[in-house]
Design a protein around this ligand. Structure first.
Ligand code: CTP
Ligand code: ZN
Length: 154
């Protein structure tokens, strides 16, 4: 390690969300409902150099797991993210997030008059048109949602 590098500590037990699209770490933190007032060790790295992506963000959280519902949301804004489960300093599990072709219930349609936003018992349904940058189309009204529309709901 050269004198221009700073090594971020490994965590003992918890979750490392790696390969987050550069600039989106704080959105991931928001999805996890983390305020910073928790008594946990956390590291948030933004726009650090990456081998596979040009730059990436990393979120490390000591003593916290990530729920499936959170993983689904993270996938929408960070489609290349890797979720590493760490136990006793070792990565014991590595999950790549997956974006399904059809996305149901996670997000709302941006069109207020869409049937999925009415009092009808119709839950939202979107088709994944493009993964990165994200483009979703509503099954009911055809509205197109992009990443910023999705982010504003989290
Ligand atoms: N990590 C950590 N604490 C540990 C173990 C790993 O913070 N006790 C972090 C590493 O710094 C890295 C991520 O978890 O950011 C994944 O670790 P590892 O699988 O060892 O790294 P790579 O092989 O580089 O991962 P990948 O192949 O997914 O790029
Ligand atoms: Zn719609």
């Amino acid at each position: 390690m050269s004198s221009t590098e700073l090594r971020v500590s490994k965590i003992k037990e918890g979750t490392v969300i790696d390969h987050i699209s550069g600039g989106y770490a704080l959105d991931v933190v928001k999805i996890l409902g983390i305020t910073g007032k928790e008594n946990r060790v956390m590291t948030i790295a933004i726009n650090v150099p990456s081998k596979s992506l040009k730059v990436k963000d990393i979120v490390k959280i000591e003593g916290r797991a990530v729920k499936p519902r959170e993983v689904n949301r993270i996938a929408l804004i960070a489609p290349h993210a890797t979720i590493n489960i760490v136990r006793n300093y070792k990565v014991v599990k590595k999950l790549e997030v997956k974006l399904p072709k059809v996305i149901e219930e996670i997000i709302k349609c941006a069109n207020p008059s869409c049937i999925s936003n009415s009092n009808e018992p119709v839950s939202s349904k979107f088709y994944m048109e493009k993964k990165d940058p994200l483009l979703l189309s509503c099954h009911y009204c055809g509205s197109i949602l992009e990443k910023s529309d999705v982010l504003s709901q989290f």
